[in-house]
Design a protein around this ligand. Structure first.
Ligand SMILES: NC(=O)c1ccc[n+]([C@@H]2O[C@H](COP(=O)([O-])OP(=O)(O)OC[C@H]3O[C@@H](n4cnc5c(N)ncnc54)[C@H](OP(=O)(O)O)[C@@H]3O)[C@@H](O)[C@H]2O)c1
Length: 250
């Protein structure tokens, strides 16, 4: 039984779900695992442990929650681009003296033959797109679309995981609502069908590289948006390493 009995997993990734399952599988009712989700998307699968949906109200709100619930360990397994919640977690744990581990999947790295254009953020990616693309496939998520709003003479295909409440902020665009997993075959067919010349993606990392494989196979340019900086602190890359860390912290 680990010393940390009450664990809060900040989720929203496949790894967060897998980690909850492994912890409950290993320690059973000796630990109380709660996974927190922002609640932007309907939950896809049942998960081990308990679920808490919705924001905490900033770093102070999260600190209050951690104290009220006597949480011993926070595992920040949020998406590498979910920078705000990670900052809040770091501040809340600092403030309360509660242990924190980040589980962050490694970024994608270019393979031989790849010629990605790296962009520091969505605004920089938009500048590149305006210069090189005629038909761009945006897979950056709804939060980044505004950066592309001023671009004329480029057709956009926008993929989102859930329908948007607002109309797209783009002059010439089509929308596709679909959730992963995506196969290489389907990604390739999509690129060809829509005559895409440029794929815009965040460097999310993880096993689902289908769109990158499809871009490589079809000679599609890739604009790769770099990750925002992470807070300081203990960090692992895999669910397995997170489990080891939790066991060692006992
Ligand atoms: N950004 C992406 O590209 C991306 C991709 C895939 C999945 N996700 C997942 O989607 C969720 C939202 O991402 P985001 O980029 O919008 O986050 P964000 O910008 O870092 O966070 C915005 C606010 O959403 C709330 N929040 C975020 N993650 C939460 C969680 N796991 N549990 C409870 N509240 C959370 C917090 O609200 P309060 O301040 O009120 O606490 C936070 O201040 C995260 O769980 C993330 O892992 C994000």
């Amino acid at each position: 039984v680990p010393a940390s009995r009450r664990l809060l997993i900040l989720g929203g990734t496949t790894e967060a779900g897998a980690l909850a399952e492994r912890i409950v599988g290993r320690y059973g009712s000796a630990v109380d695992v709660v996974t927190a989700l922002a609640g932007r998307l309907p939950a896809t699968a049942a998960r081990a442990g308990r679920l808490r949906v919705g924001g905490f109200g900033g770093a102070d709100g999260l600190a209050g929650y951690l104290k009220r619930k006597s949480v011993d360990l926070v595992i920040d397994a949020t998406h590498p681009f979910a920078a705000r919640i990670s900052r809040h977690a770091a501040a809340a744990c600092e403030q309360t003296g509660i242990a924190r581990l980040m589980l962050v999947r490694p970024p994608w790295r270019p393979r031989p033959g790849d010629a990605w254009v790296e962009a520091d953020d969505a605004a920089a990616a938009a500048e590149v797109v305006a210069g090189v693309a005629r038909r761009a496939f945006l897979t950056t998520g709804p939060g980044s679309l505004d950066a592309f709003a001023g671009i004329r003479n480029v057709h956009f295909l926008v993929r989102v995981f859930a329908p948007l409440a607002e109309p797209l902020p783009l002059t010439d665009a089509g929308m596709l609502v679909a959730r992963p997993p995506f196969t290489v075959e389907r990604e390739q067919a999509l690129l060809l069908e829509h005559r895409i010349d440029t794929l815009v993606t965040k460097n999310s990392g993880g096993p689902t590289e289908s769109k990158l494989t499809a871009a490589r196979a079809t000679g599609t340019k890739v604009v790769m948006i770099a990750r925002p900086p992470l807070p300081e602190g203990a960090r692992v890359e895999t669910v397995e390493d997170a489990l080891d860390w939790i066991a060692r912290a006992s």
